[in-house]
Design a binder for this molecule. Structure first.
Ligand SMILES: C[S@@+](CC[C@H](N)C(=O)[O-])C[C@H]1O[C@@H](n2cnc3c(N)ncnc32)[C@H](O)[C@@H]1O
Length: 406
């Protein structure tokens, strides 16, 4: 099985070149309106935003920032296939503008925009973030009544275009192969996610020091690999095409590679190109780690099941040679990546000048052959690399906002 991955350094408005109904799933996280680190990026796309902020009109700056995002949601809706999902990770913002402190409800604004486009809203996930310390209180400290509740969660909005997806006979087979384990379902479909312990999983190491790279990811507002990986497994099937219109450091790309899906990403900031290249180069050799962990965790689950119930689960997955709880898991095959290469001459150099095409293209070969238990660590052949010196992640308030645009 072959998947293709394309990263285009253009604003997401370039999505207009993507055919109608050609995307199977959207997984993304936009720049968060009214979070200061994104002011420059959003103001570069509509300079009126800066004027409103400077004149102390927070609510209308918030509205204008969302209008920049609205255009992207409209393109996502158009490009999604009927029955396709859009999963949007966003946090609300608290901010003082002209002396008034208030909450800016990004999740509610995006939900109403998407519903107006025709998306059906489904139950959302609350992602409890580890990074926001609850003891960092805001407002009047220990004195009533002006202390504010700390934001310790973000949202993952789950939206669907139209009714349920219809699967052709060929797709039905792929769907069955793309099943997840019963015990994963119980965990993944909870409405509260907490990635304690798994958050750093597959954080790129090796391109720059792991610590440096993690700092870059934090500065870039990256979401954890696990977040994208889960959503991709929950809402698409192998060989589907996953779109991230706000790609950032490339987390969705590598999660799609790992899950055996193709991907398309747009990123406005060309300075993130070496960061994305390093994400791919660092993760490629370990692309099977998370999938192997799924297999190991399932074996542990079966062992515990047998211990507590005195018998093993009643269905059998012949491909992997283990018991499973439901018949739906019987044909599940976890893909294993064999190689990661640049796709043809698809890596266009993309100097920082406006108008020059700049993109990255990769092709990943996957095996869907059952693997004997003791050979579950196939080497991934990797032909992508990045010069560590070219890693110059920078996102400072003093940057010229126009640099973000092409
Ligand atoms: C919250 S970050 C995404 C982080 C990403 N999920 C990751 O894991 O690295 C939002 C990204 O959207 C980019 N961006 C902002 N406006 C954009 C636009 N109009 N088109 C494409 N990308 C845009 C920003 O440069 C930023 O990298």
């Amino acid at each position: 099985m072959r998947t293709k991955h394309r990263v285009s350094f253009q604003p997401a408005s370039a999505l207009s070149i993507v055919e109608n109904q050609s995307i199977d799933l959207v997984v993304t996280s936009p720049p968060y309106p009214m979070i200061e680190m994104w002011d420059d990026v959003l103001a570069a796309q509509n300079p009126e935003i800066r004027e409103r902020l400077e004149s102390g009109d927070g609510p209308s700056a918030f509205e204008l920032m969302h209008r920049v995002l609205d255009q992207v949601w409209a393109e996502c809706y158009r490009a999604l296939r009927p029955g396709g999902f859009a999963c949007i990770n966003v946090g609300d913002a608290t901010r003082s503008v002209a002396g008034t402190f208030r909450l800016y409800t990004n999740h509610a604004r995006i939900l109403s925009a998407c519903q107006a486009l025709g998306f059906d809203s489904l139950p959302a996930v609350l992602w409890r973030k580890q990074t926001n310390a609850p003891n960092k209180f805001m407002g009047s400290g220990m004195l009533p009544s002006g202390a504010y509740v700390t934001l310790e969660h973000e949202y993952i909005l789950i939206l669907r275009k139209g009714g349920k997806r219809v699967f052709s006979p060929a797709e039905r087979e792929l769907r069955s192969r793309s099943a997840f384990f019963w015990e994963e379902r119980n965990n993944w479909f909870s409405d509260i996610w907490d990635f304690k312990g798994t958050q750093q999983q597959l954080a790129p190491a090796g391109a720059g020091s792991g610590k440096e790279h993690m700092q870059t990811r934090q500065r870039s507002g990256a979401f954890p690999f696990e977040l994208a990986f889960r959503l991709i497994n929950m809402y698409s099937m192998q060989q589907d095409l996953v779109l991230d219109p706000f790609l950032g450091t490339g987390t969705t790309t590598v999660a799609a590679m790992c899950a055996g899906r193709s991907s398309l990403g747009f990123e406005i900031d060309r300075q993130l190109r070496p960061v994305i290249e390093s994400t791919v180069a660092a993760i490629a050799p370990r692309l099977n780690d998370r999938q192997l962990e799924r297999l190991r965790q399932h074996e542990q689950f079966v062992a515990r099941y047998r211990e507590t119930r005195g018998h093993q689960p009643k269905h059998w997955n012949a491909a992997h040679g283990f018991a499973v709880v439901t018949g739906q898991e019987a044909n599940l095959v976890i893909p294993q990546a064999l190689s990661v290469r640049p796709d043809g001459d698809g890596h266009s150099p993309g100097p920082a000048g406006p108008g020059t095409p700049c993109e990255l293209r990769y092709v990943v070969e996957h095996s869907i052959e059952p693997q004997p238990v003791d050979k579950r660590r196939p080497q991934v052949e990797v032909e992508v690399e990045v010069e560590v010196e070219s890693l110059q992640p920078e996102r400072s308030a003093s940057r010229d906002p126009q640099q973000y645009l092409l």
